[in-house]
Design a protein around this ligand. Structure first.
Ligand code: UD1
Length: 278
């Protein structure tokens, strides 16, 4: 039998459960999967002498920010177990680096990833009714859902709907490559970077952009605010631009075009029509 050993230079840790509502109903599932899974991963990395890490954190750690754009130095707070797992893992990473300066860690705080690969063959395919805006809009556009409920139109924003920083998944992917390169920097310890575009877009603006890209009308219903939702969240991207030499290139029209390309080619995602287990 041939035994061969693999060497790992670095790990990008993307894995984790991410549905906010489910995390409120099943906190232990989230703590078990996201926290215990991460601790075991770090133990295995240390055992193999691999101490370079890029971790997928989230803008959720900014809670309801007092001002925008959010800089990496803002105070952190969370409102649900999912967010708490992201914050605790960030803290674990900081403690890990304090205990052993061989670790080189980059925490990436994602804003709102949307879009799909431009080929139309890789995209998001949530199970059940989507929680997030754009997967929901996409399913209305292909006829799987009848209308989008807007969660609140009484925010202090230009059209009353919530504002977020949507980022194309291609830009997000490139942010990870930039972070991996940065891990070669001798001086890096445990650093955090926002991955966003620095631009805020309202729910209605996003729906309009998707209608234009798809040629489909998205029927709307006005609903109340979703508990835990912040009014306006968008990133300061200065630190990532300066230190990672990375900047998002795509705007919301590109995001909607690529998401519609994926949706129209794969209206039922990776599964078949009517298959709810996909
Ligand atoms: C949500 C999570 C956040 C998580 C992120 C993952 C909450 C409170 N926050 O962020 O912790 O990191 O997803 O991508 O769930 N909206 C509607 N109707 C819908 C869905 C959304 O109006 O059916 C609105 C929301 O109120 C919000 C915007 O669309 O203003 C974006 O919502 P969403 O895509 O769920 O992202 P976040 O709430 O920013």
């Amino acid at each position: 039998m041939t035994l061969f050993t693999c060497r790992f230079d670095a790990v990008i840790h993307f894995a984790g459960l991410k549905a906010v509502g489910e995390s409120v109903r099943k906190p232990l599932l989230y703590f078990d999967n996201n926290l215990i899974g991460t601790i075991i991963l770090f133990q295995v990395m240390a055992a193999h002498g691999c101490k370079k890490l890029v971790f997928s954190s989230s803008a959720t750690v900014y809670g309801w920010p007092k001002e925008v754009p959010c800089t990496e130095e803002f105070p952190l707070s969370v409102t649900n177990p999912y967010g708490r797992t992201k914050l605790i893992i960030e803290e674990i990473c900081r403690d890990l680096y304090c205990s052993d300066s061989d670790w080189k860690i980059i925490l990436l705080r994602y804003f709102n990833p949307v879009g799909a690969h431009p080929s139309g063959s890789i995209g998001e395919d949530p199970r059940g009714i989507p929680n997030n805006l754009m997967p929901f809009v996409q399913q209305v556009a292909v006829g799987r859902l009848t209308s989008l409920t807007i969660f609140g139109n009484d925010y202090k924003t230009s059209d009353g709907t919530g504002i977020r920083d949507y980022i194309h998944v291609l830009d997000l992917a490139e942010g990870h490559i930039a972070a991996l390169r940065k891990l070669d920097d001798a001086k890096i310890g445990c650093e955090v970077y926002n991955l966003g575009t620095g631009k805020g877009t309202s729910v209605l603006e996003m729906v309009k952009a998707f209608e234009q890209a798809s040629g489909k009308k998205i029927p709307l219903a006005m609903g109340g605010r979703r508990p835990g939702d912040a009014e306006i969240v968008y990133a300061s991207t200065k630190k990532a631009e300066r230190e990672l030499n990375w900047k998002a290139k795509h705007g919301i029209d590109d995001m909607c075009r690529d998401q519609w390309n994926w949706a129209s080619k794969n209206p039922y995602g990776y599964g078949r029509s009517g298959d709810s287990s996909n």
